[in-house]
Design a protein around this ligand. Structure first.
Ligand code: NAP
Length: 303
């Protein structure tokens, strides 16, 4: 292995420890506990798991959380009423609406409603607009891309002047990651499903952020020797027995699964200079950065 592993678990824990220390300091000074309101619409198991992990993190870091779990058939009007209530609540510093919302709801209108001072996910058009403009500062940066850049910086990767390729242009990962890299003076290429000759584009990258959700699509020979690879992808694949048959869990009787990224780790680690594993790379950073943003929200609102 030539690449240095960027350990997201260790770096995320450092962020969490710093946030917990700041929270304890504020509480000791008699300031109210920073509090995150989570809004979960419907019963998607993955969304429920993410929300519960976020609430658990709040408790572990000495922060408060208020949970709103509402039925999937909620109307747009009812959901908007809840957001307006949370916007004015003195108890709530950050509002997190777990995405995706059921398809009958207008996500854009919901995100637009969240007060910019409480937009700890950083998805409101004002925060994203500020991220896109030179000389403007968003109050909050979306957590996953924020985590990606933080990992690069902690690993000592030079962003300024680097050729960076962002694979994926979603609102929540690819596009804000590209904007952040531009803000840090990288030269950025954004690739997507219509990009021609992806391997050739990626071979130019000193930094690659891969966020497409396609199992191990980026191969080792697409990577520039010494490049820094941040793999955002989370893909579940079956675990196989040595004879190639699917491994079955003794506990559940169901086929076992494991998580892999958008980059073929085994191949890439022999070429890259730095690489994040999946799991244990970007994943833990997302919640750590949400906690950092929630603390910041409290600091902005309760100076
Ligand atoms: P998304 O909204 O589905 O966007 C995927 C992007 O990848 C789109 O821009 C799409 O292009 C592009 N794409 C898809 N197939 C491609 C291909 N064959 N070649 C080139 N580009 C392709 O996904 P997302 O929400 O950004 O998530 C991406 C991955 O990151 C997923 O695996 C997700 O689970 C993971 N994720 C992880 C975290 C974390 O905390 N670690 C957080 C969020 C997401 P078009 O725009 O042309 O369709």
């Amino acid at each position: 292995m030539t690449a240095q592993l960027i350990d997201g678990k260790v770096i995320a824990q450092k962020v969490r420890d710093e946030v917990a220390a700041q929270v304890a300091k504020r509480t000791a000074a008699g300031k109210p506990q920073p509090t995150l309101a989570t809004v979960l619409v419907g019963d998607r198991p993955d969304s429920a798991a993410y929300v519960s992990a976020k609430q658990k993190a709040c408790a572990e870091l000495g922060m408060g959380s208020v949970s709103h779990h509402i039925p999937a058939n909620v109307t747009q009007e009812e959901l908007e009423k809840l957001i307006k209530k949370l916007n004015t609540s003195k108890k709530v510093n950050g509002i997190l609406v777990q995405l995706p919302l059921p398809s009958h709801l207008n996500e854009e209108r919901v995100l637009q409603l969240i007060s910019i001072e409480k937009d700890v996910d950083g998805f409101s058009p004002i925060n994203i607009g500020r991220l896109a403009q030179k000389g403007r500062e968003p109050l909050f940066v979306p957590c996953t891309p924020y985590g990606c850049i933080y990992l690069l910086e902690q690993a000592g990767v030079k962003i300024e002047g680097a050729n960076a390729v962002v694979l994926g242009r979603s609102n929540i990962v690819g596009m804000p990651a590209a904007l952040l890299l531009i803000g840090k003076n990288a030269t950025v290429t954004v690739c997507h499903s219509r990009t021609r000759d992806l391997p050739a584009v990626i071979r130019q990258a000193d930094i690659l952020i891969a966020a497409i959700g396609k199992t191990e699509m980026v191969r080792g020979d697409w990577i520039k020797p010494g490049a820094a690879i941040i793999d955002v992808g989370i893909n579940a694949v079956p675990v196989l027995n040595p004879d190639g048959t699917p491994a079955i869990s003794e506990k559940t009787g169901k086929p076992r699964q494991k998580l892999v990224g958008d980059v073929n780790f085994e191949e890439a680690k022999e070429v890259a200079g730095f690489i994040t594993p999946v799991p244990g790379g970007v994943g833990p950073m997302t919640i750590a950065m949400l906690m950092k943003n929630t603390l910041r929200a409290a600091e902005i609102q309760q100076q």
